[in-house]
Design a protein around this ligand. Structure first.
Ligand code: MLT
Length: 272
């Protein structure tokens, strides 16, 4: 697996990624507390639809290293720009799952010309409210004091929809094992970065590229009303809802997610 050396928040880091297939490039950005494996079932289906698929592990997650003890959504977005530069790509379509979506929101603000299209997957445009920020602080303390398993125990029940929880134990077990692999220091830093992220809502009306809003209908973390409000605030956006999926639509309903992502990315290719 290729790896890029870079700096994140002034400290050395690496970004491991896969880059497979031919066609319009689509970068799949994972969420928290995960890594690029969350897209494993989606990738082969996108390849069948003639899309080039690039999947990074963000610095500090999965196979990528991070020496900084703190980072921001913007510094993670900078690492995606560095990846495009290394691959000599002026633009790509980006899909970001939840925290991955927050990172794309930072990316479009710092480098508005690098996204040919954006897919916000199970994510939100609003910043954390006071209750949300207090929850992040509690999770930071939990990560430092009890480590990754305590975070997994707290988060796992909210990650998937009822259909997955009851009928797809293997999917839940895979998800859990990806979550357990993430270092607690990265999880604490990510919680602080998400707590401090800027509100993106005002930018939805003037995005420089097409927007897809894609979400599991049973997402408990970024619920349906949030998805509908984003769609209403972003003229020309498309809203694609995935039945029987929660916050982890790409691992819960990969065929449906791949179809919708390919349709969006393919539409951009035809339009350009
Ligand atoms: C994620 O899935 O990336 C996180 O749940 C996002 C969040 O906690 O806001």
């Amino acid at each position: 697996m290729p790896e890029l050396s870079l700096t994140v928040s002034g400290a050395p880091a690496t970004l491991a990624y896969s880059d497979v297939g031919h066609g319009p490039p689509l970068v799949l950005v994972h969420g928290f507390p995960l890594d690029g494996r969350i897209w494993d079932d989606v990738v082969p289906l996108l390849l069948e639809r003639s899309i080039r698929v690039i999947v990074p592990d963000l610095p500090g997650f999965g196979r990528s290293k991070l020496e900084a003890s703190a980072f921001t959504m913007q510094s993670m977005a900078d690492s995606l720009v560095a990846l495009l530069d290394a691959l000599k790509l002026d633009t790509a379509v980006f899909a970001g799952l939840s925290m991955g979506g927050y990172i794309l929101q930072a990316l479009v603000r710092i480098s508005p010309d690098r996204g040919a299209g954006l897919s916000f997957v199970d994510t939100k445009a609003s910043a954390d409210d006071e209750k949300g920020k207090a929850g992040r602080d509690a999770m930071i303390a939990l990560a430092h004091e009890q480590g990754t398993p305590a975070i997994v125990e707290q988060m796992l029940p909210k990650m998937v929809g009822p259909r997955t929880k009851e009928g797809a134990e293997i999917v839940v077990a895979r998800l859990k094992s990806i979550m357990l692999d993430q270092p607690p220091a990265t999880l604490a830093a990510a919680c602080a970065a998400m707590r401090d992220r800027a509100d993106f809502t005002a930018h939805l009306s003037s995005l420089p590229c097409p927007l897809q809003i894609l979400a599991g209908e049973a997402d408990a973390i970024a619920p349906l009303e949030v998805q509908r409000a984003m769609h209403a605030a972003a003229p020309g956006s498309r809203l694609d809802l995935v039945p029987d999926a929660g916050h982890m639509a790409p691992i819960e309903r990969p065929a449906e997610v791949a179809r919708l992502l390919a349709d969006f990315a393919g539409g951009i290719r035809h339009a350009s």
